[in-house]
Design a protein around this ligand. Structure first.
Ligand code: SF4
Length: 330
């Protein structure tokens, strides 16, 4: 990816949470790149560190208990981690916006939806109250809600409509990057499809880049250009969608694909990945996937693999693809 085309670049990001049970290593030396106009699917089980990474980009890690231990998050070439809270308030909503998982809790129940959208506009643009209100009404229409509903409160909307309001708030200042954190998980299946369709349409209309956090590889196949598979606080495989779906390499990625139910196959039981997600306060030595990995080798217990670029843009963090390790293992 050329420097000009790069919108976001995360280097060696490490984030911990201090808890009474010990230090949770939520994100461990994560590297990631996103180009302008790209949609990246960020996939992994609960606790893999996806949301913590997103909160880190937004500058809203709750501190304490959370702390960014090291790393850099370059957005258009500037390190967001070097910005003050005041500077970050100008970035949030205007340059990077977030759509949260649960629209029931992300909206303020005592403020009309029109006022909540207007508030975001007035935070970033010098518009009068009336102008901001008119823009909020237009934005509601864009997300498929009648503008006269701007005077209503969140409890007067269904779950799907509330998420549309969340999308309106995120998009109203035309940010370059949207981070959508499991935006359809809290919705009914039929509503999920409508909200995803809307997000797809608006992404093109507003020409935004997107990070879509999900554990659903079906959603990724629908919307994303690129996929990062996350496990135990790190990206273990990253590639463009086609390359990852045609040629998944990491044993964890393969496990995720094999656990998708296939209606064409007569299966008595669904395949699962054996074992459990590791305790983030006490991660296994070496490759953190080794206790669950059907292909684990002796070296996997001793040291953590480095990234290997198997084909242009397709990287994997696994000893199976490291030539040096293969030679030593015979
Ligand atoms: Fe499995 Fe070893 Fe690869 Fe880890 S490094 S995924 S344990 S083969």
């Amino acid at each position: 990816m050329t420097e000009q085309n790069k919108l976001l670049e995360i280097k060696n990001l490490t984030i911990d949470y201090t808890t009474s049970d010990g230090t949770v290593h939520a994100v461990r030396g994560l590297n990631l790149e996103l180009g302008r106009g790209e949609t990246l699917g960020f996939v992994g089980e609960t606790g893999a560190g996806k949301t913590t990474t997103a909160l880190g980009i937004m500058g809203i890690i709750p501190n304490p208990p959370g702390k960014i231990i090291s790393g850099e998050i370059f957005y258009e070439g500037e390190d967001l981690l070097k910005k003050s809270q005041k500077e970050m308030r100008k970035v949030r909503g205007k340059k990077i916006a977030m759509i949260f998982q649960d629209p029931m809790t992300s909206l303020d129940p005592v403020i009309t939806v029109g006022d909540q959208i207007s508030e975001m506009i007035r935070l970033h643009e010098h518009l009068s109250k009336k102008e901001a209100w008119e823009r909020a009404e237009e934005m509601l229409e864009v997300v498929g809600i009648r503008c006269d509903r701007a005077k209503d409160y969140p409890h007067q909307f269904s779950g799907g409509m509330k998420q549309r309001v969340g999308i309106a708030i995120a998009l109203v200042c035309n940010p370059e990057l949207i981070i959508a954190d499991e935006p359809t998980t809290a919705l009914d299946v039929t509503i999920q499809a409508q909200v995803l369709e809307l997000m797809k349409e608006l992404k093109v209309k507003f020409n935004t880049s997107m990070i879509l956090i999900t554990h659903d590889l079906g959603i990724v196949a629908e919307i994303c250009d690129k996929v990062a598979i996350m496990y135990a606080g790190n990206v273990v495989e990253c590639a463009d969608k086609r390359s990852l779906y045609l040629n998944p390499l990491h044993p964890y990625t393969n496990g995720l694909f094999q656990s998708i139910p296939d209606i064409d196959r007569d299966q008595e039981e669904l395949n699962t990945i054996q074992g459990l997600v590791p305790d983030p306060t006490n991660l296994p030595t070496g490759c953190p996937f080794h206790p669950r990995c059907p292909k684990a080798m002796a070296c996997c217990i001793e040291k953590e693999p480095q990234y290997v670029e198997v084909e242009p843009g397709h990287q994997v963090k696994c000893f199976l693809y490291s030539q040096e390790e293969q030679k030593q293992n015979g």
